[in-house]
Design a protein around this ligand. Sequence first.
Ligand code: NAP
Length: 303
Amino acid sequence: MENIVIIGSGIAGLTAAIYNARANLKPVVVSGKKEGGQLMLTTAVENYPCFPEGILGPDMISKAREQAKKFGTKFVDGDVKKISLKGKAFVVETEEGNIESKAVIIATGADAKTLGLESEKTYWARGVHTCAVCDAYFYNGKEVVVVGGGDSAMEESLFLTKHATKVTIIHRRDKFRASKIMQGRVLKNKKISVVWNSAVEEVLGDGKKVTGVKIKNLKNNGSSVIKTDAMFLSIGHIPNTKFLSGLVKMDEQGYILADRTKTNIPGMFAAGDCVDKVYRQAITAAGTGCEAALEAERYLEGG
Ligand code: NAP
């Protein structure tokens, strides 16, 4: 029987592993097929303290993994298929077999929704982004588009106005889904304009970076091109929690409901983007990973 199984090897899971390993708990990390999480899909991370020159997302993950390993973390490849309860313990079904554990930390993250375009993949992190707080800085004095009409799209657009000279929101309907207060702020902002009833059909570029987007008007089927240096997607996220359905309390979108990191199941903790739909930052994910690890330690000590 293991002490702690940590599910997910993004920055939340690896931070939890570093803490639990340094407490001699010999944690087991089930890495998941998308090993390393969303940081593996970013380029320079410039807002994580201690890296004044910035650090590449994949480098950050590889260093955190090395650090977790150094203190005795074991790694298991692949995804978790299911977790079930066995008395007070957990049975974690992985692709490599079952692991029994006294405690588990869920740190499976969330995936930003994408449009599913081939050209979106071509320019991923080279003009196509999903986090304005992370990447707006690269567009100082440039023009950007934002896709989406929810609160996140409003927030991202407003944040982008601090850097870009012009922000164009492309929304598929003629009304925003966002709260009235956020809509008001956006519609009042002189740097922001809105293209209604439209969908991005293709991301255009010069092979190295984004130069524009081809859009289709969904009312009259007309196509046009907007010149832009970047496209920020803000069309929602999907938490990676399907394998837990029926076991732990979640909201209607699948985010785990937790009291800080404590779920409704004793011994099961949650950290990072699978529980946080508001901040979604590397530093906050690492912070909750630490919290979950300390709570799990306390639980194992019977506290
Ligand atoms: P959301 O509310 O689900 O909005 C997603 C937006 O993207 C919608 O406008 C949707 O269009 C559009 N969309 C979805 N799929 C699309 C596609 N394939 N192509 C084009 N457009 C697409 O997601 P969110 O904005 O990320 O917010 C998630 C939750 O967090 C919400 O409950 C939100 O209120 C909350 N949140 C709150 C704050 C805040 O209070 N400060 C900030 C951020 C988020 P339709 O409208 O046509 O469906």
